[in-house]
Each structure stands twice: as C-alpha cells, then as structure tokens.
Design a protein around this ligand. Structure first.
Ligand code: AMP
Ligand code: TRP
Length: 333
C-alpha cells in the first residue's frame, strides 16, 4: 500500500529556497512515487495567526499555489487546495483543542520564537496553531507528513493528540498516528548571511534568502554576496560544522545536484571560493529559474489558479467532512 501524504505551506509571501529544498521538492518526489495519495494544502488559516494585509494574503494564496504547480505538483494527481475553503479544519481543530493540553503547547519552541519577548501580545491563534496543524493532518488519515526539520515538534504534538483522543474516547486507531518525513540531509537551509539562522520568509534582509521568484541576476548577486570565511574550500567534512556558512552553501549545491555532501566537497576541494560560488549560482539558476518563470506566468491567470483551488477543495472537503462527522459522533454530539 502506498502512503497517504499531507503537507501544508503558509501563504505568507517570499517562498524561498529553504521551502523548496526542505519541503516542496520532496512533495514532488512523493507525488511521483507510485501508489501514494497526496494532499498539499495552502494553509491560509495558519497565516492569519500573525497580522496579514487582506489583499497581500489573497495574492500570497495564489502565489503559493502557483509555486506548487510550477514545482511539478499536478492537480490531476494530487489534491491542491486552501484550508479556508474547507470548514472541517476549523471545526476539527476545536474538538482537538479540547484534547490537547496546555503543558504540551507550552513546550512549543516555534511559538516562543514567533511570539518573541512580549508573549502577552501574541494572538491566541498563534498559540494553538499546532492544534490546527494536527487537525489538518488527522482529518485525512495521513500516514506520512513531509516537512522541514523546524516542524518536527509540531508533528510530535499531532501524534500525541491522536493518541490521547483515541484513548480518551476508547476509539483505538480512529485517528491515525502520522509519521514525519524529514530528509536526513539538507532539511534545514540556513540564511546566506548567517549560517546559524534558518533561511526565513520573515528575515528583514532579502540578501539572506533566494526567493523562488528571484530572477537570474538577483540569484547570482545574492550568491556572490553570501557570507563565507577566509579559509580555503574544505577537503573533508571534518569540523565542517564549525563553518556553518560553508556547510550550508555546500548543502544547497549537493541537494540541487542530487549528490551527497562528500562528493560536493571532493568536487570543489582545492578550488577557489569564487569558482564554487559561480557553480553554485549556476545550479540554483538552472533549478529555480524555470520555476520562477512559471510562477510569473501562472500569476497572470488568477482565475486558473482559483479554479484549481476550488476543485481541490471539493475533493478535500469530501474526505475531511466525513472524518469530522465521525469525530463529532464519538465525542457525543
Ligand atoms: P512555512 O513557510 O513556514 O509554511 O514552511 C513550509 C515548509 O518549508 C515547512 O515544511 C518547513 O519545514 C519548510 N521550511 C521552511 N524554512 C525552511 C528552511 N530554512 N530549511 C528547510 N525547510 C524549511
Ligand atoms: N506549520 C507548517 C509550517 O509552518 C505548515 C503546516 C500547516 C503544515 N499544517 C500542516 C505542515 C500540516 C504539514 C502538515 O511550515
């Protein structure tokens, strides 16, 4: 039997190379494995846990959908939809919020990072964000959830919620306990300006990331300016973790060229940084530019994108609605 795959990406703009390598590229590989059933969701309900400009949000929902399509996710093969079109997500998440414990949510490191120093001012939605994520996954009986390393803790919470619900309501196996699918290597792409910080949509410096919509010149320029150090190109991966910027750039090259880190190190050992950087820019341009061109092309036709979301939502709704109805019966409604 194939896997039931569910994953989501927030429509918050600036989709970047980290989202591509850590998540979307794997979505496409999983879709192309035989017998898998894949559902990819633009999680707009999650996006509003921090303030969004309504017009920007609308644009970003389309842009994220366009990025899915441009990267190779096919609506004939996979379900592509946005969360807010399927009310079962909000409904299911309320029931699960009554199963999840405060103590569990208090441990979530992403909330702490996102809420920053002034937790009192964070939205309640941001706090229960992982419960909505659990509903996303559990309503579809997903067996596997491809995500980047940063989502591992949220996935563990989804597993805990599923298990507690099943045991509280004596409904063994009703909610399926999902497995995370996190790549062994290159699951955390770092900022081009600081190898200790994750590449992120919200970094104020655009030079810290390669956006999926960057043009060729921007890519070349950002790689040229990417932080390195004064030591030569490494000859082995020994102590490479002490040079996080170099490790990250070598990782990006390896991932996009589908080779392991050791082979990349061998290819460039003894060469200049400038040679490596120009090869790196070349491969990013080769892999990202076609996606970027296709995103721009698709964005010219918002109706086409909206229709894909609408028809995906109908398919998703069929599955999620049934599950929520059973969920309601089990809790006694
Ligand atoms: P988000 O943009 O936060 O909705 O993330 C969408 C997906 O991209 C999730 O699976 C994240 O784990 C993944 N992701 C985000 N940033 C990175 C990064 N810097 N490196 C690897 N994966 C990432
Ligand atoms: N929280 C995820 C992120 O920020 C996005 C997400 C929402 C998700 N629901 C999901 C990912 C369900 C996997 C499965 O990256």
């Amino acid at each position: 039997m194939g896997k039931k795959i569910f994953s989501g990406v927030q429509p918050t703009g600036n989709l970047h190379l980290g989202n591509y390598i850590g998540a979307i590229k794997n979505f496409v590989d999983l879709q192309n494995e035989t017998d898998n059933q894949c559902i990819f969701c633009v999680v707009d309900l999650h996006a509003i846990t921090v303030k969004q400009d309504p017009n920007e949000l609308k644009k970003n929902i389309r842009e994220t959908t366009a990025a899915f399509l441009a990267s190779g996710i096919k609506p004939e093969q996979s379900i592509i939809f946005n969360q807010s079109l399927v009310p079962a997500h909000a409904e299911g998440s309320w029931i699960l919020a009554c199963v999840a414990r405060m103590g569990w949510l208090n441990r979530m490191t992403q909330f702490k990072e996102k809420a920053g120093k002034d937790k009192e001012k964070a939205s309640v939605g941001l706090y229960i964000y992982p419960v909505l994520m659990a509903a996303d996954i559990l309503l579809y009986d997903a067996t596997h959830v491809p995500v980047g390393e940063d989502q591992k803790q949220h996935l563990e919470l989804s597993r805990d919620i599923a298990q507690k619900f099943n045991s509280d309501f004596n409904s063994l196996n009703f909610l399926k306990v999902p497995e995370p699918l996190i790549q062994k290597s290159f699951s955390r792409i770092m900022s081009l300006k600081d190898g200790r910080k994750k590449m992120s949509k919200s970094d104020p410096s655009d030079l810290s990331r390669i956006n999926l919509k960057d043009g060729k010149d921007e890519i070349v320029n950002k790689i040229k300016k990417a932080k390195t150090d004064n030591d030569p190109m490494p000859a082995s991966d020994d102590k490479l973790n002490e040079r996080p910027e170099i490790e990250n750039l070598l990782g990006i090259y390896s991932s996009l060229s589908n080779q392991n880190l050791k082979s990349t190190i061998n290819d460039f050992s003894g060469k200049n940084f400038s040679d490596f950087k120009s090869k790196l820019a070349e491969i990013i341009v080769e892999k990202i530019s076609p996606i970027s061109d296709e995103i721009r092309r698709l964005e010219q036709d918002p109706k086409f994108i909206d229709d894909i979301l609408k028809s995906g939502s109908k398919k998703a709704e069929k599955i999620a609605k049934l599950k929520v109805e059973e969920l309601k019966k089990i809790v006694g409604f």
